[in-house]
Design a protein around this ligand. Structure first.
Ligand SMILES: [Zn+2]
Length: 91
């Protein structure tokens, strides 16, 4: 059985999906029923799930993402470089 401190440490070290199935089961069971760390660690698990889902479908989303016009892209680059040079001069 895990303690709240161990659960939080495991979740902060990385993706919980990479744990062994038994450790993942105990972790999820603890988080589901713990009144002390459950609410916070459920949110950590949700955010890890969201990040994993986005990472998995990132390439698929990239094809549907709107593209910026090359001319607008160059104008934006020029604007950013002029502003960054002004910031450097003011320092
Ligand atoms: Zn706990």
């Amino acid at each position: 059985m895990f303690t709240c401190k161990q659960i939080s440490k495991v979740l902060s070290n990385g993706d919980y999906q990479k744990l062994s199935p038994i450790r993942r089961f105990w972790l999820k069971l603890h988080v589901k029923f713990c009144v002390f760390c459950g609410k916070y660690n459920r949110q950590v698990i949700e955010s890890q799930d969201m990040c994993r889902c986005y990472k998995d479908s990132e390439e698929q989303l990239a094809t549907t993402r709107p593209r910026m016009d090359e001319l607008q892209k160059d104008q934006l680059k020029a604007l950013l470089s002029s502003h960054s040079s002004k910031v450097k001069e003011s320092k």
